[in-house]
Design a protein around this ligand. Structure first.
Ligand SMILES: [Zn+2]
Length: 108
């Protein structure tokens, strides 16, 4: 094996974001978060995908009426507004909204 070879410094923002996202202790910036009801920034309407920072409060999930778990997701928007929303309010389209294949494959 190649000893003494150091891996490249993980310098991408994505890695830093992920590490902070699941930190056990709330980052300071989450303290001023405002509850958003539409899973986007209340100030500029940006989606979480455009947020600069994210923190997910997985340590204290809440059980909804239909016995599903939800938790708070905190976002620091690109416009510097900080907001949070329940994970259950996240629009499903963000995860897997694929356009349907056209169904005129007849195999004839
Ligand atoms: Zn914003």
């Amino acid at each position: 094996m190649t000893e003494g070879v150091f891996p490249e410094q993980p310098s991408t923002l994505a890695i830093n974001l992920n590490m902070e996202a699941f930190a056990p202790i709330p980052p300071e910036w989450t303290e001023k978060a405002v509850h958003a009801h539409h899973f986007s920034c209340p100030r500029c309407n940006s989606t979480p995908l455009e947020a600069k920072r994210v923190w997910i409060n997985r340590r204290s999930p809440v059980y909804t009426e239909d016995h599903r778990r939800k938790w708070q997701e905190f976002y620091s928007c690109q416009c510097d507004f900080v907001w949070w929303a329940w994970s259950s309010d996240r629009p499903p389209s963000e995860l897997g909204d694929r356009p349907l294949d056209n169904d005129d494959n007849d195999y004839l």
